[in-house]
Write a protein that binds this ligand. Structure first.
Ligand SMILES: [Zn+2]
Length: 413
């Protein structure tokens, strides 16, 4: 009998039968092209997202080795002021909440260049980073943040725990989605966590992604998408109880979950955790129907966006893009929008000037190009920054340009 090629759930091993959304074939969203690469073969991989009908983990298969992802993502945190402020506020809050001191041990998984742990170091609280990208780990060391250049998994955790470095606080921010072996990672957290310790993990919230139609935040680099309820199941399977949760505005809507050992009864499950679990159940996240509705909503968005662009082009209008974010590439490739609709896009990042968007080959220019060509419509691809960008583009009202956001639905501002 032929072997089935059907993928299985990264958490529970159940065969994946149900499509959450199939965004078609797409290149990796950060693989911008130079001019001399335009006529070469380009790698396209399925952006086919499944939902497991047993544990409701939303996931896609891995096409990119983790080394590449972590090395690449490491640069990303190059930290806006607002992200640093978010990190510092977290450190102040958690230090007080857990009563951390010189006698405590903090460990961060995927600690990057130490941007967060530096605030523990400043307080004299022992902090250890674990970061697979060597160059970034070096930058952390220069900041005075001790960093081990390794991938975190249960074997590594076992080794660390046996050297008596169990953690009073384990932190993992925006790493869970990129973990190929989820069970080994969470088991590692259990092994490394001291008996009365706490783990906090931040990740984009699946419920927000669905409610706000943020399908363009799906990338090959993110293998898994979590609701609170599914995260709770995964941690429970490894002897960890989620006892509290914060809802954060970061990345279009994120969660910060708080976990502890299941037998640590000193931290009762909070009202916020119970309320969020109920809200997710009421939104249908423990059944397939809500996931099915999301798919219909995304397909309708594609039709609406294309209808809008076709209509404007028929009227003879000129349309360009603003920004070259990863999410723009998911959107443009899924919808098949190339230079026939968006003549070009602009970006403030000088490293992107003169390059082309992966897959669609839309050229990227400096923002000045807009005042030179005076387009009729400007589509803002990083819709999460639309307020800030609308202000920057206020001058385009001189010639009557209209600003458009594609998500959550096509809308002229
Ligand atoms: Zn599953």
């Amino acid at each position: 009998m032929a072997e089935t090629l059907r993928p299985t759930c990264r958490f529970c091993g159940n065969p994946l039968e149900f499509t959450f959304i199939d965004l078609g074939m797409s290149p990796f969203c950060e693989s911008f092209l130079r001019e001399d690469q335009l006529n070469q073969m380009e790698g396209f991989f399925p952006l086919h997202v499944y939902v497991c009908d047993q544990c409701f983990l939303v996931q896609l298969e891995e096409y990119l080795p983790p080394e590449d992802i972590f090395t690449e993502y490491a640069y990303f945190s190059a930290y806006s002021d607002s992200w640093l402020a978010h990190s510092k506020a977290y450190v102040d809050m958690i230090t007080e909440r857990l009563g951390l001191s010189e006698a405590s041990q903090v460990v961060e998984l995927a600690s990057n260049d130490g941007y967060l742990l530096q605030y523990f170091v400043q307080k004299g609280i022992p902090a250890l980073g674990i970061e697979p990208a060597a160059n970034v780990a070096r930058a952390a060391a220069e900041r005075g943040v001790e960093t081990l250049v390794e991938f975190f998994d249960h074997e590594m955790a076992q080794r660390l725990a046996s050297t008596d470095r169990r953690a009073d606080l384990i932190i993992g921010n925006n790493v869970l989605a990129q973990v190929p072996n989820l069970n080994s990672f969470v088991e590692g957290i259990r092994l490394l966590l001291a008996p009365g310790g706490v783990v906090t993990i931040e990740f984009p919230h699946l419920l927000r992604l669905m409610e706000a139609n943020q399908f363009d935040t799906i990338y090959h680099e993110h293998f898994s998408y979590f609701s609170f309820s599914t995260a709770e199941r995964i941690f429970a399977a490894h002897g960890l109880t989620l006892f509290d949760v914060d809802e954060l505005p970061t990345h279009g809507g994120s969660l910060r979950i708080y976990g502890r050992h299941a037998d640590d009864n000193s931290k009762p499950v909070s009202a916020a955790a119970n309320a969020l679990r109920e809200r997710e159940a009421a939104s249908g996240l423990n059944g397939l129907e809500a996931y099915q509705e999301f798919r219909e909503q995304v397909e309708a968005t594609k039709r609406d966006l294309l209808a809008f662009l076709i209509e404007r082009r028929r009227e003879g209008a000129t349309i360009v893009g603003y920004g070259a974010p990863g999410k723009g590439n998911t959107l443009l490739n899924y919808c098949g929008i190339r230079t026939d609709f968006l003549e070009y896009t602009v970006d403030r990042n000088p490293y992107k000037h003169g390059t082309y968007l992966p897959g669609t080959h839309i050229p990227i220019y400096p923002p000045d190009k807009i005042s030179e060509t005076k387009p009729d419509y400007i589509v803002i691809l990083p819709w999460n920054l639309k307020d800030e960008i609308s202000e920057q583009l206020a001058y385009t009202a001189q010639w009557g340009a209209k600003l458009v956001v594609p998500i959550p639905k096509v809308q002229t501002l």
